[in-house]
Design a protein around this ligand. Structure first.
Ligand SMILES: Cc1cc2nc3c(=O)[nH]c(=O)nc-3n(C[C@H](O)[C@H](O)[C@H](O)COP(=O)(O)OP(=O)(O)OC[C@H]3O[C@@H](n4cnc5c(N)ncnc54)[C@H](O)[C@@H]3O)c2cc1C
Length: 368
């Protein structure tokens, strides 16, 4: 049986980034069920970096990741992964709000019309968040995997974990082809399958649930859109951003309960997307160029889970990254690595309280 120090289940951004952090000092195997890492949520994101997103605790993880994403270490990548575009948070009532440490300023109706010609009249005010950027997700994921391999890590694709047994000091992991791998530590970075993987390892699930989100690339009768800011509404009904000169990426901000699966968009959700868009601007809709869907996976309190299971030894949670798993990945991986290896946190995560993300918060009588 091939033996490792750490086995990470899942080769998406969560598994790849954590793997890159620990591979230099631990013999690490990433198990990926699909024939390529990044096939599920990581390959389907809207690819933006938005500090105000996800509430204060997530915002702190995002901000802690910003410098790494914008100015990555030379041995990791030669260019920034961010391309700044800014975000407009629209409102038809009160001024929208963002977490206290996020830079944003108010924009009145006159200024709004300049930025978004054709904006429907009921959108009366907005906040502009200048720090919002596109993330080169494929480049970032590939860089994490590259660093993982360079530091000695092993990736096994087409390798689905179907069960694991804790034998007192090691995990004995069984794969779908019947073969086995061993490791002292097992990391659950299985995205939408996080609870299923836990159950297969005899660990009590945490109630982590996948929710489907739809994305549409829409061609419209309006030009000059490539660098359009990310536009969303404070009521959480839509967001869109420029893609090409006359095309946008658009989402109805949907969150439809789903089993873990190869998610696909449904006609009704695409129709809803377009309907909501037509309530924002008067740009004629020409055609749907493509559409896709992916699963955003949430713990019951919508915060990610990083830490050892409180009941079963050697089982580490790295799950529940919701709609922010890409933009938080550098700091989240560093945090998870320090907890997994029992090492002191470095300066990137000095301001992050690990207790906020601990699975212990779900224990009965934890008071959390
Ligand atoms: C439409 C959409 C838009 C989004 N937009 C953004 C955004 O703009 N910014 C942002 O930061 N985030 C965004 N997200 C969220 C982000 O994509 C996720 O948080 C992130 O990709 C989660 O990464 P992951 O590695 O946990 O999951 P995944 O990428 O799904 O990886 C988990 C992997 O585990 C593997 N696996 C599962 N079970 C097993 C098993 N038994 N054995 C072996 N392998 C297994 C799966 O095959 C999968 O590859 C968006 C998500 C969606 C769906």
């Amino acid at each position: 049986m091939l033996d490792f120090d750490v086995i990470i289940v899942g080769g998406g951004i969560a598994g790849a980034s954590l793997g890159a952090e620990i591979a230099a000092t631990r013999r690490t195997l990433i198990l990926e069920a699909e024939d390529q890492c990044g096939y599920h949520s990581t390959g389907r994101s809207a690819a933006f970096y938005l500090e105000s997103y996800g509430g204060e605790e997530v915002s702190r993880l995002t901000a802690a990741s910003g410098k790494f994403l914008d100015h990555p270490p030379r041995d990791f990548a030669e260019h920034s992964f961010l391309h700044r575009r800014g975000a407009l948070h629209l409102s038809d009532r009160e001024w929208p709000e963002v977490p206290p440490d996020v830079t944003a300023w108010r924009v009145d109706r006159d200024e709004l019309e300049r930025i978004l010609p054709g904006l429907r009249s009921h959108w009366v005010r907005a906040l502009f968040e200048p720090g919002c950027a596109d993330i080169d997700v494929a480049g970032l994921h590939a860089a994490f995997l590259r660093q993982f391999k360079r530091r000695g890590g092993t990736i096994a694709t087409n390798s689905r974990l179907v069960g694991a047994i804790w034998s007192g000091d090691r995990w004995r992991v069984r794969l779908a082809d019947g073969s086995e791998r061993g490791a002292a530590l097992l990391v659950d970075a299985a995205g939408a399958w996080a609870d299923n993987v836990a159950e297969a390892c005899g660990v009590q699930p945490l109630g982590i649930e996948p929710k489907r989100r739809t994305m549409v690339q829409l061609r419209v009768g309006h030009t000059g859109l490539k660098d359009l800011p990310l536009v969303n509404d404070s009521g959480g009904q839509f967001y869109f951003k420029g893609e090409g000169d006359n095309s946008i990426w658009l989402s109805p901000h949907d969150e439809i309960a789903s089993d873990p699966c190869d998610a696909a968009p449904e006609e009704i959700d695409i129709a809803t997307t377009i309907d909501r868009f037509e309530g924002v601007v008067d740009w004629p809709v020409e055609r749907v160029e493509r559409s896709w869907a992916g699963l955003r996976t949430f713990a019951p309190d919508r915060l990610p889970v990083y830490g050892f299971d409180t009941r079963v030894p050697g089982f580490f949670w790295c799950a529940g990254q919701g709609g922010f798993g890409i933009q938080t990945s550098p700091a989240a991986a560093r945090l998870a690595a320090s907890l997994l290896l029992g090492e002191a946190p470095d300066s990137m995560i000095a301001d992050i309280d690990p207790a906020v993300f601990s699975p212990a918060r779900f224990d009965q009588n934890s008071g959390g």
